[in-house]
Write a protein that binds this ligand. Structure first.
Ligand SMILES: NC(=O)c1ccc[n+]([C@@H]2O[C@H](COP(=O)([O-])OP(=O)(O)OC[C@H]3O[C@@H](n4cnc5c(N)ncnc54)[C@H](O)[C@@H]3O)[C@@H](O)[C@H]2O)c1
Length: 381
């Protein structure tokens, strides 16, 4: 059988990695047929290896790809995705799926209405690059939680301070860390990964209260966030993220009435009790109580460092390809991209208004306030 013809739209930092994986034959059943980039410099890096184009419309006409990976800055993701979806070309969109939930909602509606949604038309795959869903410790956590391993969830704490960025990072210019270029700072660029993992593991909250700040950097967007999420059953999550803490960590704790998961970068510890807390409470006549504690440890695996760098992204591309060729379920369908985005938009809205925000957010108000931020940023430049 012929190989799937892939094109990569946007061959900057991330797109080049995807294109190199495809070019080197690391994705079985797929081959790189073209790259597209508005920048001549970016195109020049691929000349002689594959056909290069400035415009994806021209590339589509000439190359007729089966599948594309979209790796341009976020604001353009869904405009480009719609172009390919209308032509029945399989699409893998880099994270975040878009900048606003209103836009993501519109795209999901469009997929459904045009019967391109993956369930209705298995011929057209539309996925988003939430690569941390392939992290073995998060996969183990998902399996444990889906199996009720900690009982009813009551408390979640997520500390995400491992995304250190110095002033030099922001001084490179371009679209990063600006309202006009990417619609936010650490939240939309980096924490989108952890927020997707959070909702994937414990579901979506009903309400968000948040504060955002800029600490020690000359930028218009935030590099520090603290949020509280409230869930339907009354459980709460505190989420603290920053890009200015040296030797930062990624630490997630999920506690329920029958146990607790403690998840670090590469290790998951599952603590579980032989009795649930409501049972201990009911049966204990003294003022205190306890249950016997057990422990199991899960580890990331031996190829950790190389894997953490780009192995996860490669696994998503492989899954996307196998989905198209063999019907393997998608790890990260594009329709789910809206969830992490809702958390991000909700955090910003709460931080901007000083109020707690219910989900789903008021998408119209969000777009208006975001436009105000962009205007202010441009005036101050
Ligand atoms: N999954 C991950 O771990 C990960 C890591 C880094 C970046 N990303 C995502 O990948 C996307 C790109 O990020 P990056 O760091 O590679 O950015 P980048 O600026 O290095 O590269 C983007 C490229 O897109 C090109 N481009 C812009 N608009 C275009 C258009 N309309 N048509 C064709 N080319 C266009 C630019 O010229 C540039 O070369 C972002 O959405 C980012 O969030 C994901």
């Amino acid at each position: 059988m012929d190989k799937l013809k892939f094109a990569v739209v946007g061959v900057g930092r991330m797109g080049s990695v995807h294109a190199a994986h495809l070019l080197r034959g690391r994705v079985k059943g797929a081959e790189l047929s073209a790259v597209v980039d508005l920048s001549e410099e970016a195109q020049a890096r691929w000349e002689g290896k594959v056909p290069t184009f400035a415009l994806y419309e021209e590339m589509t006409e000439r190359v007729k790809p089966d599948a594309v990976i979209i790796a341009v800055p976020h604001y353009a993701h869904l405009t480009i995705a719609r172009f390919f979806a209308e032509r029945g070309i399989h699409i893998l969109i880099e994270k975040p799926v878009s900048v606003t939930t209103a836009e993501a909602e519109g795209f999901n509606r469009f997929l459904k209405e045009s019967k391109l949604a993956t369930k209705k038309n298995p011929q057209t795959a539309v996925a988003v690059m939430y690569n941390q869903r392939t992290n073995p410790v998060y996969c183990a956590a998902k399996k444990l939680l889906d199996g009720g391993a900690v009982g009813e969830i009551r408390r979640v704490n997520f500390v995400v301070t491992g995304w250190y960025r110095s002033q030099a990072y922001y001084d490179q210019g371009g679209w990063r860390g600006t309202w006009s270029g990417e619609g936010g700072g650490i939240l939309i660029n980096q924490c989108v990964h952890q927020l997707d993992i959070l909702q994937w593991l414990v579901g979506m909250p009903d309400k968000i209260f948040a504060r955002a700040a800029t600490v020690g950097r000359k930028i218009t967007t935030e590099n520090a966030v603290t949020a509280i999420f409230e869930y339907k059953n009354g459980a709460k999550c505190t989420f603290s993220a920053s890009a200015h803490e040296l030797n930062g960590v990624n630490r997630l704790e999920i506690a329920g009435d029958k146990g607790r998961l403690v998840i670090g970068e590469t290790k998951l510890t599952h603590y579980f009790w032989d009795k649930s807390e409501p049972d201990v409470n009911r049966d204990t006549v003294k003022g205190y109580g306890s249950a016997k504690k057990h422990k199991r440890v899960y580890r990331y695996g031996p190829r950790r460092i190389s894997d953490l760098i780009f192995g996860q992204q490669l696994r998503i591309v492989k899954n996307f390809t196998r989905h198209i060729l063999q019907g393997e379920p998608l790890i990260s369908p594009a329709e789910e991209g809206i969830r992490a985005l809702s958390l991000i938009n909700g955090i910003y809205l709460s931080a901007w208004t000083g109020e707690a925000v219910g989900l789903p957010i008021d998408g119209g108000l969000y777009e208006k306030l975001l436009k105000d931020k962009i205007k202010k940023e441009q005036v101050n430049v």
